[in-house]
Design a protein. Structure first.
Length: 340
């Protein structure tokens, strides 16, 4: 797959993601609007002392309130999504949030031999990938072997490796790892990654809505018991909608991320001309070395790391190491073997 095909694939995936995001946004907003309509309708029936749900039609005000609720919910999700996008667009800030220490411009005398070698490798990969050198970080407090790239474009990108990677990887292995991260930058994966993560995070706004709805339902005031129950059921239903949208968003995020990891592995081979470096790093992880990142922010950024940094396997954003090694060796996948 050449560069143009990679870019076309990224654009297609982006269009699909945006389409699914809009669909989920509409469904979530409509669900909240429908629940508001139901609660207000029950309230009108309770006030009119009409137990028959069919005989009491909602007023225009009820429909308007439901429409406002749907619109505000959709707008809230969109605003939270945009907020997350802007706060995760700067790669350096993301690295710092994970405890990263910047090596760029630190001065030769202030760096250890391993850190100087790391900077040299970054410079080599920048030349090989025809990209500007990103800001370079090391996660000092992380003993596991891992790395990530962050940002939305080469101009604001950052690359970081853990102290465990510097301590335990050879130069060839480190070059393969860094080249993989440059692959994410070159293929616009970092932008796609931020976009997907922001979209998934946006739907957490529904939990805020559910919490507010719950407090309204149990708050002080004289209300009909039926309306109170409707409010509590509505809060639970909104929380369920939020849970489902985040759940399916995480599954989508994992599926996209796994494919982009394979592409970045291939790019690493292209930049280094030496697949054994990255393969050897994979084999160290397969042999029992840890890739865990202890930072509290690691779970949210798990999709961006080279290796699984922790979190639930249900939403694993990384392909199995065996599969990645097989592809680096040029061996056919099990599915391809069945077709032969």
């Amino acid at each position: 797959m050449d560069f143009r095909e990679q870019q076309d694939l990224a654009r297609r995936q982006t269009r699909i993601l945006v389409g699914l995001y809009v669909l989920l946004l509409i469904v979530a907003a409509a669900a909240v609007g429908g629940l508001v309509w139901l609660a207000l309708t029950l309230g009108e029936q309770a006030q009119a002392n009409q137990p028959d749900a069919v005989s009491s039609l909602p007023t225009d005000a009820t429909w308007q309130a439901a429409a406002w609720a749907a619109g505000l919910t959709g707008g809230g999700i969109l605003l939270v999504t945009l907020f997350r996008w802007f706060t995760r667009s700067d790669g350096a800030k993301v690295a710092q949030s994970l405890g990263g220490r910047e090596l760029t411009g630190a001065g030769e005398s202030n760096l250890s031999p391993a850190e100087r070698q790391y900077l040299n490798v970054v410079d080599e990969m920048a030349i090989a990938a025809a990209l500007p050198r990103p800001r370079v970080f090391v996660l000092d407090r992380e003993a596991g072997i891992n790395a990530f790239a962050a940002g939305t474009k080469p101009e604001n990108a950052a690359v970081a490796v853990t102290q465990g990677a510097l301590d335990n990887l050879s130069r060839d292995e480190l070059a393969g790892v860094v080249a993989h991260e440059f692959g994410h930058i070159a293929n616009s994966d970092i932008k796609l990654s931020v976009r997907v993560a922001a979209m998934v995070f946006g739907f957490t706004f529904l939990f805020f809505v559910a919490r507010w709805w719950f407090h309204v339902g149990v708050g002080p005031g004289r209300r009909d018991a039926r309306l109170r129950i409707a409010m509590l059921v509505g809060a639970a239903a909104i929380a369920l909608v939020g849970l489902l949208t985040v759940f399916f968003g995480r599954i989508l995020q994992a599926a996209v991320s796994r494919q982009r990891e394979f592409l970045a592995d291939a790019s690493a081979v292209q930049f280094t001309r030496y697949p054994d470096g990255l393969k050897s790093a994979f084999e160290k992880l397969k042999g029992g070395a840890s890739s865990r990142v202890e930072s509290d922010a690691a779970a949210e950024m798990n999709h961006a790391f080279l290796f699984r940094a922790g979190g639930a396997r249900l939403f694993d954003t990384h392909p199995p190491l065996e599969e990645r090694i097989r592809r680096l060796e040029g061996q056919p996948t099990p599915l391809e073997q069945e077709r032969l």
